[in-house]
Structures are given as C-alpha cells and as structure tokens.
Design a binder for this molecule. Structure first.
Ligand SMILES: Cc1ncc(COP(=O)(O)O)c(C=O)c1O
Length: 459
C-alpha cells in the first residue's frame, strides 16, 4: 500500500536522522541437525498430548467451587481427556519437536542471555523468521517473545509513526492514527491500542463484532487520513472467522492498513497452514499478520510477518520486543522442527478439520472451526457445566468474566489432531444436556468478549 509505505519510510528516515534505527545482529550457531523425523499418522505421543492427570486435591478444589465436593470425587478417575488447550495440530508432544528442543538445550543451554537487539538473537531466530515469512507469503518476519508482545509491538510501532512525523511536538487530532478494532479482539490488541491512545498517538474506534456495515460507516465518518483496521482472524472465544473478503473490499475502498492477528488460524487453516488469509485466498491483501507459536505450533513465542520496512520500524519502536528477553534457542529450535512437521504431516490438518465435521454432524451445531463455544449464560451455569464435564472425564474449563462478559459464560471446547474420533463421540455424549434445545437456560450463540461494543464506539 503506497501511502503507508511512504509513511513508514518517512518514520524510518526520522529515526535514522536521530540514530534510533535498530537492527538485529545474529550470533552464529551451527545449523539445526538433520531433518526432523515425521510420521504417516498419529502415534502414542498424541495420546500423551491429550490424556492428562489432575491430582485429588485439584479435583476436590474444582468440585468444591460449586459446593459439590463431598468425598464422591474418590470415585472419579484422575485421568481426563483435555479439550481446552490450543494445541490444534497436536504438535506440543511430537517427538521431533521435543528432540529439537532437547538437543539445542544440550548444545547451547537454556537462557538467551539478553534481548534480541543486545545478544539474544541467533542464526536460529533468523532461520525461523525466514520460514514464517515464507509461510505467510510476506517479505520478512520478526520473532517476539510471545503473541501478546507481538501485538503490543505492532501497536506501539504504529502509534510512533504519528509522533515521528510530528517531530518534537504532540500530533494534532488529524495527524494521529485512526485504529478501527473489532469489538471482540484479543486483550493484547486492546491493551496495545489503549497504550497508543494514552500517548495521544492514535484514536480508536470499536466496530460491532464482524459488522462490516458498521465498520464502513465509521470509516466513512472519519476525517483522519492514516487509517488502520485490526482484527483477530479466527476469534479465540467464539470460533468464528473475521469476514476477510469483505475487509479486503473495504481496504480497496478506503486504503487502510489491514492488520490481522492470526493466532488461532496459523498452521490450522489453508492447505499449507498459512492461516486464515490462505483459507480466504487473500494473503497479498493483508499488510501485517501477527501470530503466535504457542498454539498450533505447540511451542512458545510470537511473530509479526510483514514487509522489511515494517519490520525495521517495529524492531526499532516496538517496546515489548525491544525491552524483553529474546526467545530461548531450544524454543526456537522446537519451532523450526514444528514448522517442518506441519509441512510434512499434512494429515494433522486434515484430521483436525475432519474432527470439526464429525463434531458438527453429532451435535447438528453450525460450527466453522476447531474452537467451539457453548454459551450457557451465568457463571453458576458455566461452573456447573464444567463440573459435569469433569465428572464425565473431560477437562473443559468454564470461561467466565473478564474473558467474556457477564451472562455469556461458556464452555470453550477445542479440537486437536491428537484427539481420536472416539474421544469426540464420548465428549458429545457427555455434553448432550448442555447443547442447545436440551437445557432451558442454554443457547449456542456468538458470544461477546471482554471488550464489547460501546455506544461511543470507543475502546
Ligand atoms: C487471538 C490471540 N492473540 C494473541 C494471543 C497471545 O498469544 P501468546 O499466548 O503467545 O502471548 C492469544 C493467546 O491467548 C490469542 O488468543
């Protein structure tokens, strides 16, 4: 997008003139060992990823939350099937990923010793950035300590543009950045926006969840030139997708910068695991794609896939990147292996989507992703539903405020390639009385997260 490229270039020139441009200087490590081993189907390690244990005290405490602990828990098994994680591809327990981390820890130790700009950045980090840039079809990529910090870094770098261009004074109202944010965006986006608003670098507008008419209206009513739209691609608490094709159309109309947080889509969506933009065939229209390595990659860390000029700005101005210790080499080595396994074990992606279809066919629910939200209403109802699932042998955490607003408490169920069809059948049997139509107070619906739409359209 030419207008934004020019703005970023001007901001970079401002930084260069004040000697504030920063770049990473990778420490050389010998290349990661041989190609990680991959497999044609699930192995015992997949069971290890979803079969978990809770000790008696924890079980007792969980049941006691509703006054139901009465010694009956003695009869309960301590083994549970996990349906509340974000390990969609089942990679967290994969042998190749474990081995890569273990070998790197043996060879290079654990702590990265400093932030990326000081001494924590290595040739392993660079290699993973290159792989992620390729996966996301972007020129470049910046690894961050977490997905949370990646979103914060993008927002602070964005806000810095208006300050850098105003040179030595606060940007006036129209010189600020107008950020349009979906009402259900993740907390890390919301906090990043709040920060730049407080710095008087940006003005925020919250549009109703996935409501493109509302967004169109807000965009058309806004006189600020520098416009940005930011959205989760796959919403973490509701499991629905942002309408990327319509966002792309609006981007053509208004020329805004389109930033997505593909935390839950990365490796899960698209034939290559490129994420929601690959699924919707709009990779070239996404300007900045944030992601996390702590969900489907089964590891830890965050990243920003973008152009080289944006990367230069974010690594020079993104405070949560600059002032945080880099990812440890064993973690980066495990991500490198995870990306390889994700490419080679295509069956994992196929299987997780097959599970989605199977769950939908058993429940007749209109679900669109491996994140399934069963809204039950009050906190009490959610806790009761959670206890029921626990007694039935499933770890499904009830989600309550502040993660979701009052009275949209829910069971959030996530499907993984490590689950078997039998796990899903038994889960649905246990869920039956909580499904829509089966229980007076429950409904399956699109819920609302922490930052719901307010009449003032402000965060
Ligand atoms: C949509 C979204 N973005 C960002 C994050 C933060 O990622 P991380 O856990 O890597 O900090 C999460 C994690 O909960 C998320 O759901």
């Amino acid at each position: 997008m030419a207008q934004w490229d020019a703005l970023v270039d001007a901001a970079l020139a401002g930084l260069a003139s004040r000697s504030l441009l920063r770049a990473t200087r990778p420490i050389s490590l010998s290349p990661p060992p041989e190609t990680p081993e991959t497999f044609p189907g699930p192995g015992p390690w997949d069971r290890a990823g979803v079969e978990i244990r809770l000790d008696r005290a924890t079980l007792h405490q969980w049941l006691a939350e509703g006054g139901e602990a009465s010694g009956q828990e003695e009869e309960l098994g301590e083994n549970l099937i996990l349906f509340s994680g974000n390990d969609y591809m089942g990679l967290s327990s994969h042998p190749a990923i474990r081995e890569a981390a273990a070998k790197a820890a043996q060879e290079y130790g654990m702590g990265p010793r400093g932030s990326a700009l000081i001494c924590g950045y290595t040739s392993y980090h660079k290699l993973v950035e290159e792989s992620l840039a390729e996966l996301k079809k972007k020129e470049d990529c910046l690894l961050c300590p977490t997905g949370f910090s990646a979103n914060m870094a993008v927002m602070t770098a964005l806000g810095s543009i208006s300050s850098l261009l105003a040179v030595g004074r606060k940007p006036t109202g129209d010189e600020r950045i107008a950020i349009f944010s979906d009402a259900l965006n993740h907390a890390s986006i919301i906090d990043g926006i709040r920060l730049v608003e407080r710095q008087q670098e940006a003005v925020a507008f919250v549009y109703k969840h996935c409501d493109m008419s509302h967004l169109d209206f807000l965009l058309s009513s806004c006189s600020i030139e520098k416009k940005v739209v930011v959205t989760d691609s796959l919403f973490s608490m509701d499991g629905d997708f942002a309408p990327l094709p319509q966002l792309v159309e609006l981007r053509r109309k208004y020329g805004f910068l389109l930033v997505i947080d593909d935390a839950h889509g990365t490796l899960v969506c698209g034939d290559n695991g490129g994420g929601a933009p690959e699924l919707f065939d709009c990779e070239n229209e996404i300007d900045i794609s944030v992601g996390t390595l702590s969900k489907a990659a089964g590891c830890l860390g965050g990243f920003v896939a973008c152009s080289t000029r944006w990367k230069r700005l974010i690594q020079s101005r993104g405070r949560s990147f600059i002032f945080s210790t880099a990812l440890p080499v064993p973690v980066v080595a495990s991500v490198h292996a995870a990306l390889h396994v994700s490419r080679k074990e295509q069956w994992r992606r196929t299987l997780v989507w097959r599970h989605v279809q199977y769950f939908a066919s058993l429940t007749k629910l209109d679900i669109t992703s491996p994140i399934i939200s069963i809204v039950v209403g009050s906190e009490e109802a959610a806790l009761r539903a959670g206890r029921h699932m626990l007694r039935s042998g499933f770890h499904v955490t009830p989600i309550r405020p502040p993660t979701v607003p009052p009275n949209s408490c829910r069971l959030r169920i996530t499907l993984s390639a490590s689950h078997s069809s039998d796990d899903i059948k038994r889960l649905v049997d246990a869920l039956t009385s909580w499904l829509p139509g089966k229980h007076a107070k429950q409904s399956f619906s699109k819920g609302h997260a922490e930052q719901s739409f307010t009449t003032s359209s402000k965060l």
